[in-house]
Design a protein around this ligand. Structure first.
Ligand SMILES: C[S@@+](CC[C@H](N)C(=O)[O-])C[C@H]1O[C@@H](n2cnc3c(N)ncnc32)[C@H](O)[C@@H]1O
Ligand code: SF4
Length: 451
């Protein structure tokens, strides 16, 4: 109880704290990066190297009330077909600028709901991607699959195009919770999607579920987790439900009076965590679980777990190129984000240039802080020696930064001879501790030495 009040006092489950899938985070991007700099960064990718590609499909048939993702509802295929044509042109532009011999490390289709595309469209887009950047040795092709929005023809198209990692959205199996969050999906529908995936030999399955939903109780989340375990996913993302109706207007449909308190959220997470661990899953970072054979678990044990816009990854490619509206790319030089609105994105591609609207050029300090934050989010510890050797961090300044962090977070962090560590009990505060090292923190905007 005492520990819980200490966690709450130190900022537990503050929905405004970033998830640090990038540093600096997207709200700090500016117009310093535009289409021509993006094209230059593409052209600078070395010949023969490996890159990853993210493709965003911002359409859904239904708009779930809980969802904070950038997407729009459509019942007709018209806007999806028009968008697909844009993607094909964009991929051609990418191909024209890439050096020879560049191959794919990871390809991910996300959204929205990429599986609302008709089968023929999926095949054309996959073929265009591989024409622009062929799959490299051991490459992964993953797609976010809404179990309500998939059938045999579409699953065939994905599997025959080389899909080898499927990701399904589950959220929660409880019918009352599903109704309140505007996302109805029976266990049978989810199971049928999993069977379709497995029948086609897709090797790996990820599932997303949520804790912190209205009406969720320890008993209910335990039931949901057990149902999920019966489907045998290799990897699970257990996200904390972010209730941010000021950003995601759909969430105003969800009454806030049945949301769990921060203490209750902690308990819900713990109940789910224990069930995954008891079933043989390894804990990965702040919100993932993976079987020991899964790539995330292997990477974590080897100290090679990384974080990118899709969350945790074992991908070591230097560049992640985002295609489609609102997608964000990461290069060694910085970040570039495409125009968020599909109209503006399509307009730019039709005019013959990329739609890059915002971004950020890294400074040396950005790179150092980005690695520091990534290490905390992935490993709950950061090595001073690595930051000094690889990022030219000043040893005295670093030590002072760590001391200030310990002064603020008390025994929830530990300064060691090697660097800084977050012990088990401080882990629910990982994002808040990471924010402490964020020089761009909104509340501190305008101050260059924020900590
Ligand atoms: C972009 S969605 C795509 C999933 C796919 N369209 C589906 O519905 O199955 C990816 C995941 O983001 C997570 N997500 C969406 N809104 C969220 C929120 N408000 N808080 C936490 N996670 C959220 C959900 O777990 C969801 O499965
Ligand atoms: S959860 Fe999936 S289907 Fe529902 S609105 Fe979000 S992206 Fe669309």
């Amino acid at each position: 109880m005492e520990q819980e009040s200490q966690l709450t006092r130190l900022g537990l489950f503050d929905a405004r704290v970033p998830r640090y899938t990038s540093y600096p985070t997207a709200p700090h991007f500016s117009t310093e990066v535009g289409p021509s700099l993006f094209a230059q960064w593409i052209e600078a990718i070395p010949a023969g190297s490996r890159i990853s590609l993210y493709m965003h499909v911002p359409f859904c048939r239904r708009l779930c009330w809980f969802c904070a993702c950038r997407t729009q509802g459509t019942q007709s295929d018209e806007p999806v077909r028009a968008y697909a044509e844009t993607l094909l042109s964009e991929l051609k532009m990418l191909k024209e600028r890439l050096a020879p011999g560049v191959t794919l490390s990871r390809l991910h289709w996300g959204g929205g709901t990429p599986t609302l595309m008709p089968a023929d469209m999926m095949r054309r887009i996959a073929a265009a991607v591989f024409d622009a950047v062929p799959m490299g040795e051991g490459a992964e092709f993953s797609v976010e699959i809404d179990p309500n929005e998939i059938d045999a023809a579409r699953m065939d198209a994905l599997a025959e195009s080389g899909l080898n990692r499927a990701s399904i959205g589950v959220q929660d199996f409880d019918p009352q919770i599903q109704q309140v969050i505007g996302r109805e999906q029976s266990y049978e529908v989810t199971k049928a999607a999993v069977d379709m995936i497995r029948d086609r030999g897709v090797a790996s399955l990820n599932a997303d579920i949520l804790y912190g939903l209205p009406h969720q109780t320890p008993t209910k989340i335990a039931e949901s987790v057990q149902k999920l375990l019966s489907l045998g996913p290799d990897r699970v993302a257990l996200y904390g439900y972010a209730h941010v109706p000021w950003m995601a207007r759909r969430q105003t449909m969800i009454p806030s009076d049945h949301l769990p308190t921060p203490q209750e959220r902690l308990e819900l997470f713990e109940v789910a965590r224990k069930l995954f661990v008891a079933d043989g899953y390894d804990e990965i970072g702040i919100d993932h679980f993976a079987l020991p054979t899964d790539g995330l678990s292997v990477a974590q044990k080897a100290g090679k777990l990384r974080r990118n816009f899709q969350g945790y990854t074992d991908d070591l490619a230097e560049a992640l190129v985002g295609m489609g509206a609102s997608s964000i790319s990461r290069f060694p030089q910085g970040y570039a984000q495409n125009a968020p609105a599909t109209g503006a994105h399509t307009g730019a591609i039709r005019d013959g240039h990329f739609s890059t609207a915002r971004g950020h050029v890294f400074t040396a300090e950005d790179k150092m802080r980005a690695r520091l934050i990534e290490a905390l989010m992935c490993d709950f510890r950061v090595s001073a020696a690595e930051l000094i050797a690889d990022y030219a961090a000043d040893p005295a300044e670093l030590a002072a930064m760590f001391r200030r962090c310990a002064a603020k977070f008390e025994d929830m962090v530990k300064v060691t001879a090697a660097g800084l560590e977050i012990p088990e009990k401080g882990r629910p505060l990982t994002r808040m501790i990471a924010r402490h090292f964020d020089a761009y923190d909104l509340s501190k905007a305008g101050h260059s030495s924020a900590i």
